[in-house]
Design a protein around this ligand. Sequence first.
Ligand SMILES: [Zn+2]
Length: 66
Amino acid sequence: MPVPPPAMTYSCPSCSWSKTTAPASDALGPGDWFAECPKCGHPDLQVSRANPLATLLAKAGRYLHR
Ligand SMILES: [Zn+2]
């Protein structure tokens, strides 16, 4: 059974946009990762392991969207 990748927090150093994603499986779908800032288009987002609270919120959000 594949282990889901850890939740990651993407943040934009240009406009302070940030989002935490919690992929449901090892197959990343739309909205699970960002190559650039969706708000201002900045291409180099900072990516870090999400903290436990952000992970929880991201998973709850994924659940609510179903
Ligand atoms: Zn931005």
